[in-house]
Design a protein around this ligand. Structure first.
Ligand code: AMP
Ligand code: MG
Length: 432
């Protein structure tokens, strides 16, 4: 790696290219019940088991008829009733109509449905109110209009959310073949870190990055595996790196700046790492490290580590990210760079990170460092339909400010060439 740091655009292009290569390796898969499928990724296309809809379906409560007869406004004789759930009925005799409910199969011979609100019923006769006309097919969804039996409705690589679960259920899939989630080792580093449960001594802080990153890993489609934090010394780091050598992805936090006890990079180098970049011109998160190292085998006598869960090719390497330890830096760099790699390992075709446009409600200050793309905690009000969301910077005390991070719901992107952004400007936000 040369000494010049990559710009945000260069680093994100490099990561995107790497993610594309990872996508060529198909992860292993397993079957899960529909109820456990949310957030996972389809490993097989989802096929329609029968025509959708399976029968010509009325979309209204009303009267099935022949459009031409109804449009002539002659009284049509009522000859039957079909409720939702009834078998398809008919045939419909000439000059007649058939009472029908929303969702019910249209009787054979009918080609349109008059809405209840558009007719006059007298005794057992129904008549479309003039001057209204009825078109062939009106208020009917034809059998197979959405899909034919055997059609591919969703492709492999689709992330399963509520709508995909509904579709799978409609097609009779009580379980789905999904990709096994990649196992992501989370290794916080720092002599100052103590577990959440303990009372920190003076100078100590609680390890908040590990649970934060675990939540981000889970949201991005991985299975988090939190390791005990490593102390800032060579032996502890070397040991921890051996323990994590079989994870599908390794996320370290802390120890990548230029300080005397920032020992993560040399430890990774000792573990055989190749670095794709060691620093990006962004703020916060500049010292971020991205690289790969050979998958490891545990030396005899070591405790069994959790092994990689997705297909491991001999040629493949373990990707790692060394995220700067400040919580806001960790969060931003995970979203920007680790999440796309994780999505690729998970077999997902969804593109990430996600950006959106918003209107800036208040001018940003002028403290920007030129040449750095900034991603600052912000709060966005996703306003009324048809209006742009409004975004404002969160007030924050720098990249250690977890409270500001927790009160924000996105990051305002300040391009590297801009020193300030005006109120009212259309700006980009990074969605968290
Ligand atoms: P480092 O990147 O190791 O130089 O750490 C930068 C700052 O982030 C320091 O103030 C650390 O105490 C803090 N920090 C590092 N790791 C964590 C962590 N796991 N949880 C919360 N804060 C952290
Ligand atoms: Mg540290």
């Amino acid at each position: 790696m040369g000494s010049a740091l990559l710009s945000y655009a260069q680093a994100s292009a490099l990561v995107a290219g790497y993610a594309d290569r990872l996508r060529k390796v198909r992860p292993s898969s397993e079957r899960v019940s529909l109820g456990a499928a949310a957030g996972l990724v389809l490993a097989q296309p989802l096929l329609a088991d029968r025509d959708q809809p399976p029968f010509a379906r009325s979309t209204r409560d009303g009267f099935a008829c022949r459009a031409a007869e109804a449009s002539a406004h002659a009284p049509l004789k009522l000859v039957g009733t079909t409720r939702a759930g009834d078998a398809p009925a008919g045939p419909l005799p000439k000059g007649s109509a058939w009472e029908i409910m929303t969702g019910a199969p249209v009787p054979a011979g009918a080609n349109a449905v008059m809405m209840l609100e558009h007719v006059n019923v007298a005794g057992n006769k129904v008549r479309l109110l003039a001057p209204r006309k009825l078109k062939k097919g009106e208020n009917i969804v034809a059998q197979g209009a959405q899909a034919r039996a055997g059609d591919e409705l969703l492709s492999a690589g689709t992330v399963i959310r509520s709508a995909q679960i509904a579709l799978a259920a409609a097609c009779g899939h009580a379980s789905l073949q999904v990709f096994v989630r990649p196992r992501v080792a989370i290794l916080a580093t720092g002599d100052e870190l103590v577990p959440v449960e303990s009372s920190p001594l003076p100078g100590q802080i609680r390890n908040s990055n590990a649970p934060m990153l675990a939540a981000m890993v889970a949201a991005a489609g991985g299975e988090p595996w939190i390791l005990p934090p490593s102390a800032d010394n060579e032996a502890a780091l070397d040991h921890a790196l051996v323990q994590t050598a079989e994870a599908d992805l390794l996320i370290l936090s802390g120890g990548v700046s230029a300080g005397k006890f920032d020992l993560v990079e040399p430890a990774l180098a000792r573990a055989g790492a190749r670095f794709h970049f060691t620093g990006v011109r962004i703020q916060p998160g500049k010292p971020l490290v991205f690289g790969e190292r050979p998958f490891g085998e545990l030396p005899f006598g070591e405790l069994p580590a959790k092994s990689a869960r997705i297909v491991k090719k001999k040629s493949r390497k373990q990707c790692f990210f060394g995220l700067p330890g400040n919580p806001v830096s960790s969060a931003v760099t995970f979203l920007l760079f680790a999440a796309p790699i994780l999505a690729a390992l998970a077999g997902s075709r969804e593109s990430t990170p996600r950006f959106a446009l918003a209107r800036l409600s208040k001018e940003t200050d002028k403290h920007g460092k030129p040449g750095l793309t900034r991603f600052l905690p912000a709060h966005c009000t996703f306003g009324a339909a048809g209006e742009l969301p409004e975004v404002a910077l969160a007030s924050w005390q720098g990249s250690g400010d977890i409270a500001a991070l927790a009160r924000s719901n996105c990051f305002l992107v300040i391009p590297e060439e801009a020193s300030t952004l005006e109120a009212g400007a259309i700006v980009r936000i990074l969605l968290s």
